[in-house]
Design a protein around this ligand. Sequence first.
Ligand code: AMP
Length: 168
Amino acid sequence: MIEKYIRDVPDFPKAGILFKDITPLLQSPEGLRASIQGLADAVDPGTYDLVVGIESRGFIFGTALAHHLGKGFVPIRKPGKLPWKTASESYVLEYGTDTIEIHVDAFEPGPRTLIVDDLLATGGTAEAALKLVRRVGGEPVACAFVIELGFLGGAAKLDVPTHALMKV
Ligand code: AMP
């Protein structure tokens, strides 16, 4: 049911990319509720203690999910944004590389975590997030996405169960 709220934007942010715009989903009370409830239903909340969200659209869904379930939230951010001591992980993009960071004391004393982002494409970002969470003592139990671009095969890179509310 969330499919109708995802807008396809061709050639954004560059030629050849079909961008999945989630803003109509966020704008719709019904769509937003369905996406947060869908994420809550996708992974048994009893199996994790904290939600980790990846900047920046992972913050929207991850924080709402954490609040909905009465759990805490940990941000994974782009470089140079977190003010405290960080661990970082770089990964390969289609062109060039990218880096994400987390606070080194994010998980004391090492809770079970659910990693959330809006969309799984090649899986590079989520794979780096899994490494980061483990490096600072967290235990990832699953990854959950609103959208998965299945034809890119990203889920195969992730060594925890992967869930998506909508698969393209
Ligand atoms: P990847 O590391 O290739 O799995 O890319 C995932 C990240 O890039 C997520 O944070 C997405 O928000 C973003 N992303 C990649 N491809 C798209 C797309 N076609 N539409 C919207 N966001 C995308």
